[in-house]
Design a protein around this ligand. Structure first.
Ligand SMILES: [Zn+2]
Length: 293
């Protein structure tokens, strides 16, 4: 309703006939909303805040070389150029942004040749670049161009191919997209009395369809050891079955931190297992690695 009102308000460019293309993109509503803000020069880049006297003149969050304008941040920065190049080769189609991001012309197929899929990819990439930029400012997370590109294309594929809008929305809410799938969930039931541990896992696709599951008993002297063995046990199983896991969810935050921060765990017995997990990460077999607690 709000958009309908704004888009038909007299005396401004909201009569522009490209708006309908924006609402029809295969992306989440929040992405469409963000692009709508961008077209109305309302994205709070460093340059935007400076122009409104709301912040100092801070350079680009990614390169720290140029003024952080919309065109620089989303298109011309050498760091974001890397993302566009990866995405271009992933989708194997040209992405025409020759008139810039804020010109809106990329939403016109007759002018640029960008079909709805490519228009959706552009919108999604812009959104994930913005998320990465905010993540760097607020959480000090370094930009990973490969991940941003994967998230952006995965987001569009999910909205294009999801069998029902409901399941698509569920996975977006949970931050799982086509690109994160298959997802491996592991669990452990550590019993301190007899040092025996139950290990279990489920491998699921992005539609929550179970692809593979398994469980076994295993000796373990600590919860950390049990959690580590659960990951190794399940990884070995799914790799043998040919499942290329993209995300792992582990209930053990200590283990996730140990793998992420490259610091050695105190228990030397676990080193071989940690090396197996790190090896999978290094070879980019796994894109995401997170704790569910
Ligand atoms: Zn830059």
């Amino acid at each position: 309703m709000v958009y309908s009102y704004l888009n038909h308000e007299k005396g401004n460019d909201n009569f522009w006939d490209g708006w309908k293309n924006l609402w029809q993109l295969n992306v989440a509503p929040k992405v469409k909303h963000f692009i709508w803000l961008l077209f109305h020069d309302a994205v709070k880049t460093n340059d935007y805040l400076y122009r409104l006297n709301l912040g100092p003149q801070t350079l680009c969050t990614f390169c720290n070389l140029n003024t952080e304008t919309v065109e620089h941040l989303f298109l011309n920065c050498y760091k974001t150029q890397e993302i566009w190049n990866i995405t271009c080769s992933t989708v194997s189609k040209p992405i025409n942004l020759s008139d810039g991001i804020s010109s809106k012309l990329w939403l016109k197929q007759e002018l640029t040749g960008n079909g709805r899929f490519i228009q959706s990819i552009i919108a999604s990439t812009v959104w994930f670049i913005w998320k990465a930029r905010c993540n760097k400012i607020f959480n000090n997370v370094q930009l990973d161009s490969y991940k941003v590109s994967c998230w952006a294309t995965g987001h569009v594929r999910e909205f294009s191919y999801a069998p029902s809008p409901h399941s698509g929305r569920n996975f977006i809410l949970n931050n799982y997209t086509f690109a994160d799938s298959p997802i491996l969930l592991t669990a452990t039931a550590f019993n301190a009395n007899n040092s025996m541990d139950g290990l279990g896992f489920i491998a699921s696709d992005y539609n929550a369809n179970m692809l593979r599951s398994g469980c076994c008993w295993c000796p373990a002297n600590s919860y950390l050891e049990a959690a580590t063995k659960a990951i190794c046990f399940s990884l070995q199983d799914v790799i043998i079955m040919g499942l290329h896991i993209k995300s792992i969810l582990s209930p053990c935050a200590d283990l996730v931190n140990a793998v992420k921060t490259d610091c050695c765990l105190d228990i030397w017995r676990l080193h071989p297992q940690i090396i197996i997990i790190k090896d999978c990460l290094l070879r980019r077999l796994i894109l995401n690695w997170m704790s569910i607690r």
